[in-house]
Design a protein around this ligand. Structure first.
Ligand SMILES: [Zn+2]
Length: 184
């Protein structure tokens, strides 16, 4: 297990949809261990494989002392309830913006051994599952903001000391917004 460098906003890997995991092998278990260790070292609530430069549908989570991982996640929403609260991302350090998410989520997938697992979450855990699954689709929380909030966030990002003006990032509108046209 090793702590790996986290890819930052502007790196194309963060905009590339990840591939489903097919082989539940030792390499996958190494990836899961690296995700968990790097997430905990950075004190993040979650970390997705593309953030380590790996294009596979895997994420780790650490919410309210519940630590785990999910592979090939599929999200379902049992109701219409929403939440609004601050959201950040280890790939966009220091930027926190209120982001609308669904309140309750049922995330189905697999563990590193290929056993089917189900993660039932509300509040922060639900937010985490939505944020990390977005990463696997090349979507960032910035894409979930309304136009004004996104503009403000981009301004903050351009002033951040980690931001690389030589490789300016592309902000796109989510292809599968959960909230219809009001959230573009
Ligand atoms: Zn993130």
């Amino acid at each position: 297990m090793t702590v790996q460098p986290i890819r930052l906003f502007g790196d194309p890997v963060l905009r590339t949809p990840a591939d489903p995991v097919v082989d539940f092998d030792a390499e996958l278990r190494r990836l899961v261990a690296d995700l968990v260790e790097t997430m905990q070292e950075q004190e993040g609530a979650g970390l997705a494989a593309p953030q380590l430069g790996v294009g596979l549908r895997v994420f780790a989570f650490d919410v309210d002392d519940v630590v785990g991982h999910l592979i090939n996640p599929v999200l379902e929403f049992p109701d219409e309830e929403e939440q609004e609260g601050p959201e950040g991302c280890l790939s966009i350090p220091g930027i926190y913006v209120d982001t609308k998410r669904r309140m309750n989520v049922v995330a189905s997938g697999f563990n590193q051994h290929g056993d089917p697992v189900r993660l039932i979450g509300s509040g922060l855990m639900a937010r985490c599952a939505q944020h990390e699954t977005d990463h696997l689709d090349g979507v960032l929380f910035l894409d979930r903001l309304d136009a004004d909030a996104r503009k403000d966030a981009m301004k903050e990002i351009r002033q951040a000391d980690w931001y690389d003006a030589g490789a300016p990032p592309v902000v796109k509108t989510s292809p599968h917004s959960l909230f219809g046209t009001g959230n573009r």
